[in-house]
Design a protein around this ligand. Structure first.
Ligand code: ADP
Length: 261
């Protein structure tokens, strides 16, 4: 694209050309930097669980642990860390799909009440295991929306899963609303919340509030990045309000232009 713009004729154009080349160089440098940061993050994210898996399985193979209960504990760590790697690889795969130019949405008229209801249903056991109540409210007769159901399901899943993950007591409430212009999906929790200074950064790839806390809850820091990108591709909006120790509210807004009347 840059090259096509560079139709050089006079001195001015030469100045222009040199400026364009400089800009191009800066852009390439920027991509190079972010790519390097990104590769470094992935390596780190993979190395940590793999180090656990290697270490714990080494100990088990050497037969140093005789107690069955202890052995179970080690196996559980190996299992958890393997899950983390699988989760990470899945998220990376989704992300790379989003980033390629070929990422196309397969939009179809979708009943959001059913779609959201299915996600709530599949996450209910996870919430109940933690003693959390999960509540799904929706107004009647929500008009179907033209969207990619598979991608949007992933958005809801990520957001509701986070609400459950970062809440230790109370409830997770999901509201589905619609007016003439907008369909809103609001996910509210009574969880640990997000410190104000971290809120602008939680959308970044791999960003997690307080590494140790995030590690215990087994995230990748890619969930919200994927959410943001998919909502953006749908021409929608997503934002987060949060108060530490009180809870978090995620609002997803989808335009009703997508509605076929
Ligand atoms: P992760 O896989 O770590 O959950 P996300 O991209 O989904 O990554 O979220 C980024 C970070 O934002 C999380 O690590 C967590 O610190 C914070 N976060 C996201 N949702 C919530 C929530 N509902 N309550 C508190 N913190 C949250």
């Amino acid at each position: 694209e840059y090259i096509q713009k560079l139709n050089v004729k006079g001195d001015d154009e030469i100045a222009q050309l040199s400026k364009s080349i400089q800009t191009l160089g800066e852009q390439l440098q920027y991509f190079e930097d972010t790519r390097n940061d990104f590769l470094a993050s992935i390596s780190h994210e993979l190395r940590t669980p793999l180090t656990y898996i290697k270490g714990y399985s080494d100990v088990l193979i050497k037969g140093l642990i005789m107690d069955r209960g202890e052995q179970q504990k080690y196996l559980k760590v190996i299992n958890e860390e393997t899950k983390r790697v699988i989760h990470l690889v899945n998220d990376l795969f989704e992300m790379s799909k989003i980033q390629t130019d070929h990422f196309l949405l397969n939009k179809e008229l979708t009943d959001l009440t059913t779609l959201l209801g299915n996600v709530v249903q599949s996450l209910t056991p996870v919430a109940e295991k933690k003693g959390l109540k999960i509540i799904f409210n929706h107004v009647k007769n929500i008009s179907p929306i033209n969207l990619d159901p598979h991608r949007m399901e992933q958005v809801f899943y990520n957001v509701i899963e986070n609400a459950i993950k970062y809440t230790n007591q109370g409830h997770v409430k999901i509201n589905l609303l619609q007016d003439e212009t907008t369909t809103k999906i609001i996910v509210e929790d009574t969880g640990i919340g997000i410190p104000e200074k971290d809120i602008p950064r939680i959308w970044d790839r791999f960003y997690r509030v307080e590494k140790s806390r995030a590690r215990k809850t087994g995230g990748t820091g890619l969930g919200l990045y994927i959410v943001k990108e998919i909502v953006r591709l749908h021409d929608g909006e997503v934002y987060i309000e949060s108060v530490e120790c009180k809870g978090t509210k995620v609002t997803i807004m989808l335009r009703r232009e997508d509605v076929i009347k």
